[in-house]
Design a protein around this ligand. Sequence first.
Ligand code: XIL
Length: 509
Amino acid sequence: MKQFLAIVMALVTVPVFAQAGNVTVIDTNFENGIAGWGPRGDNRQGLEKLEVTTAVKHSGSSSLRVFNRTHEWQGATCKLAANAVGDMFGMEAWLYYKDGPAKVTFVFSTQKTSAQGQAYQNVLQVQANKGEWVQIKGEFTIAKDPTITDVQVYFETPKNDTVEFYIDDIKFVKLDPSLRPKAEVNIPNLRDKVPFDIGAAVSVDDVDFSSEWAQLLMKHFSIIVAGNEMKRDTVEPSEGKYNWIPADKIVDFAMNTGMRVRWHPLVWHSQNPDWLFKGAGATKAGLDQRMKTYIQTVMRKYRGDVDSYDVVNEVLDENGRLRNSEWLKIIGTEYIDNAFRYAREADPKAQLVINDYNLASNPRKRQGMYDLVKDLKARGVPVDAIGMQMHIDIRNPSVSAIKETIELFASLGIKVLVTEMDMSIYTSDTESKKTVTTTILQEQATRYRAIFDVFKEEYQKKNLDAVVIWGTSDNLSWKNDFPVPGRTDAPLLFDSKLKRKPAFDAIVK
Ligand code: XIL
């Protein structure tokens, strides 16, 4: 048995780049010029500059210098391949900077062009220290979308940095088809094994019917929610100009496959467009109007299709008091009341949720949520449910704290939802990257099972309504690189090859 395990481990650790069936599509070390790399954007915004330089290199005698950047999205871009749609790729590159802040986050992203416009996806990120080369490496899929006419890959520093940087030894391969993940067919359907509706957070790439992730979703889940595409920075990038394309794709997928849709979120302090809290419309009355228009535009459009909304997200701080967000500062405490009232007016049938994190792990925040919702209910504000995000870890919070929290909230006469569950294998931000061993996976499985037993019990008591997992396969989880850049996590029910993890088996057993 031990020997068998060792062989399996060896197989999974063979670097994907070494596979015989791979086809190299980009291989640039800047020893012979700039190859296919160019600047991003157009002259209206002022182009940054690229040049091959011998001043700095990762290997050989030169690298690519990216300078004169005035926007964080400016970087170096290259066409991926002639027919990139529907393929899976492996990539690696080395990045470096020498002047600026002590740390910079480099992001590798894709840009897909179709008749509808451009879609950008941040794929991988890595944190660099000043003066040290850092490697970015990983795998990604370009959905099989026949409307895509061009795919570009690029490097940027999206966290408000316009530092000058260098790139070297870039390699992209189209992966051998045998290496591509495949959703398992002969396993139980998760959705049939739990009594409540079970959901997953997705990206627009996952819901293409040709994608294996779509197969996985249809088999196991009965609710979907967008991990990002329903956030206001995506939906309303400039005032009154809505981009419904990604959200529509996700909602259409759900309608075509008989799934429920949750909308996350309507009002939040994060992932908002730049204009929202600025300009003449950012007064108390103006911002309230911007909030109302948005809530009602979204909800009227999706009435009958989306049946549950995170109306407000993360309105509490860790002391259980109202978070000092722009919403609170500009509108005042009544923004929460108003948000729910506008939502109810737009769609009287939708489930209206107040959503937050650390509710089971932080007693002050739990109490703060209890007091807030009690007050909202007493004043007739239409709140239907409390959403517990449940971004938890392999040890904390305790199963009993989770149970008590659900019961406390339900005692207010409302439903509880688990809206964003995942279970990190790390218990602190200081823990460094570790290998995912069978011991860890087993520990995770046991804990997932114990928590799902509580969910089942609370569902039977009519306290809990539904459970949504924040992602499908580990490689797509937001917990990779967060909160610790460069640290990979494994918090979900399926691994990066879409194989069920012990946690899945423990739940369906
Ligand atoms: C996360 C997404 O999963 C990431 O892809 C994104 O970069 C940041 O946001 N609480 C929330 C979610 O309410 O919206 C967050 O989603 C995770 C924490």
